[in-house]
Ligand binder design. Structure first.
Ligand code: MTE
Ligand code: MO
Length: 395
């Protein structure tokens, strides 16, 4: 609030350039910040970039180094208006229809809680994270790094649920999850419903969860019940899940057939193109960045996050000369499993002047984060280390 007043004051005083400088210094955008939407009014406003009422991004400078992303700082992305908050009045009574098993039936959260319990840490990342670095400005939210977080989930493994209902029916090749949003009347539900299919191999790790970071799942993040598919892109983690079906084919919902496809630049999405499924190895630096303001020349701790999608991350290298030379960074903090991200740090000395800092991760399968992004029409899957490099000025 104080910042906003200062900014208004400066702008009113026609000190636009000074205001822009202040913006860079504090890490806050100089354009008048949009307020948090009601759904996420409980978020930490100073940590978030509000793109729209359904798209909130975590500031690069807000990630911290303690591995887990606090719920108040986690990004938000809703393709449809969220359901009424009243669906949380009876969390235990929320039902999901389990289909494509030998004994299909509806299960309440109350019943799911009797079947099993597991806790897992995963990276939740929108497939459009990094879109803001595409020079062609693809349509969609121009996320830079903050459409991602590392979160703890508690619930029941999906394979336990399937076993309890007699096992997966023969011939099923996909897990199809359907979101519980209320759909507008008069239009084909398939054209708008959030319904995604992932390959059945995801059953090894998938969970139905009711808790995030130690508290009952908020409405913003999919409460009362959410499907979590570890290692897979954000869109596959269906919130307010009301139907979980093992299916022989992918859903023909538009969000699957003509959305979230890796389409050649300038082309339209179609079902023959690769779908946004597993994530790829990626890392980026969160400190210092241009947002850090003036950093004193001398010893610095270059800190960031790295993850491998379906594989654990094995190695992170950091460059302080724009990628000409690299040094191995050290992992810091606890290892929360292969689907979590790792914090890394490189301690080094940086003299006065401007430096280009980059990080490059390698996963346990030997995949190395690439220098260049793969161009595609919608700006998905940007893992380019060059795009994620930061310039810092040491004084
Ligand atoms: N039911 C439902 N599930 C959904 C979505 C949605 O709009 N509705 N958005 C998806 C997308 S695109 C992303 S990136 C993640 C965002 O999760 P978050 O808002 O909890 O960060 O949820 C996914 N699951
Ligand atoms: Mo997303």
């Amino acid at each position: 609030m104080k910042n906003q007043i200062n900014r208004r004051h400066l702008l009113a005083g026609s000190a636009g350039a000074l205001a822009a400088g202040l913006g860079a210094w504090t890490g806050h955008a100089t354009a008048e910040a949009k307020p948090l939407p009601a759904l996420a009014a409980w978020k930490d406003a100073s940590s978030m970039i509000v793109h729209s009422s359904s798209t909130l991004e975590t500031r690069r400078s807000a990630f911290g180094s303690s591995v887990i992303t606090p719920s108040e700082q986690l990004y938000l992305r809703n393709n449809l208006p969220a359901p009424e908050a009243s669906i949380l009045n009876d969390r235990e009574g929320w039902e999901v229809a389990i289909e494509g098993v030998k004994g299909p039936r509806r299960l309440s959260v109350r019943e799911l809680k009797t079947l099993g319990m597991e806790t897992i840490a995963t990276v939740l990342q929108c497939s459009g994270n990094g879109r803001g670095f595409f020079p062609g400005k693809p349509s969609g939210t121009p996320w830079t790094v903050g459409a991602a977080g590392c979160v703890m989930w508690s619930g029941v493994p999906l394979k336990t649920v399937a076993q309890a209902l007699g096992g997966v029916a023969d011939g099923m090749l996909y897990i199809t999850g359907t979101g519980g949003e209320k759909l507008p009347e008069g239009i084909d539900p398939k054209s708008i419903v959030v319904e995604r299919s992932v390959p059945i191999k995801a059953l090894a790790d998938a969970m139905l969860v009711w808790e995030m970071n130690g508290v009952p799942l908020s409405l913003a993040h999919g409460g009362p019940l959410r499907l979590i598919v570890p290692g897979y892109q954000g869109v596959n983690n269906i919130k307010y899940i009301k139907r979980l079906a093992f299916t022989a084919t992918e859903t023909d919902a538009k969000i699957m057939s003509h959305g979230y496809r890796i389409s050649p630049p300038g082309s339209k999405a179609d079902p023959s193109q690769p779908s946004v499924q597993e994530m790829s190895v990626k890392s980026w630096i969160n400190s210092p960045t241009a947002d850090s303001g003036k950093v004193a020349a001398g010893t610095v701790q270059i800190n960031g996050v790295a993850f491998g999608g379906p594989n654990a991350v094995k190695r992170v290298e950091v460059s302080v000369d724009g990628g000409k030379t690299w040094a191995d960074a050290r992992f810091v903090g606890p290892d929360l499993g292969k689907f979590a991200w790792r914090q890394f740090v490189l301690q080094t000395r940086l003299p006065a002047g401007t430096h280009t800092l980059a990080s490059r991760a390698t996963d346990t399968a030997g995949n190395v984060q690439p220098e260049a992004r793969v161009e595609n029409a919608s700006g998905y899957n940007n893992t380019s280390w060059a795009d994620h490099a930061v310039q810092v000025t040491m004084a």
